[in-house]
Design a protein around this ligand. Structure first.
Ligand code: S3P
Length: 171
């Protein structure tokens, strides 16, 4: 496990990308966003990949791209998609190569963030009414805990700061 390969995991809306960009700046590491790397490789947006080829195809691609990043010989912060740790033994792979950090943002905060904005860019919620989105998010939150809980560092809070993350990372 390389502590300079920091992998952020957690629900959609938990702030992985926002925190990751800031953290990378502060530590002088590279920043990668797994969804962006997938889009670059596939030359297509995440929503289009889901609708044209299905979630199964996306999950395979996600695992392959994840592996490629984890094997890079450099210091980086990687923001993963919310589902990435929950498929194909990806969490074991993450923990083998890098330092996983779970951003455990309370469910009500996630619900607030995702139902007020950002929802249209997330294919898992495409075409759903607000009530259905809330139900789906709640189910995902509870089903995914067992994967997220395997993270080496777990940080809980509404707004997890880079300072908190860095202090845990330096322990
Ligand atoms: C997904 C989360 C998304 C993206 C895809 C699937 C999920 O990333 O990877 O839409 O299964 O939770 P974010 O967590 O950045 O929204």
């Amino acid at each position: 496990m390389n502590p300079n390969k920091i992998v952020l995991v957690g629900m959609p809306g938990s702030g992985k990308s926002t925190l990751g960009v800031e953290l990378a700046k502060q530590l002088g590491f590279s920043f990668y966003d797994l969804d962006t790397l997938i889009e670059q490789r596939e030359k297509s947006g995440i929503s289009d990949i889901f609708s044209a080829k299905g979630e199964g195809y996306f999950r395979k691609l996600e695992s392959a791209v994840l592996k490629g990043v984890l094997l890079r010989d450099e210091s980086f912060i990687l923001a993963t998609g919310g589902g990435a740790p929950c498929f194909n033994e990806n969490m074991a792979l993450i923990n083998e190569h890098g330092l996983s950090v779970y951003l455990d943002v309370p469910l009500n905060q996630i619900l607030n963030r995702l139902t007020s904005n950002q929802i249209e860019i997330r294919p898992l919620f495409a075409g759903l009414e607000t009530g259905e989105i809330i139900l789906k998010l709640k189910n995902m939150y509870f089903e995914r805990q067992k994967y997220y809980e395997k993270a080496i560092i777990k940080l809980r809070g509404e707004d997890i700061s880079t300072e908190l993350l860095i202090s845990e990372w330096m322990r």
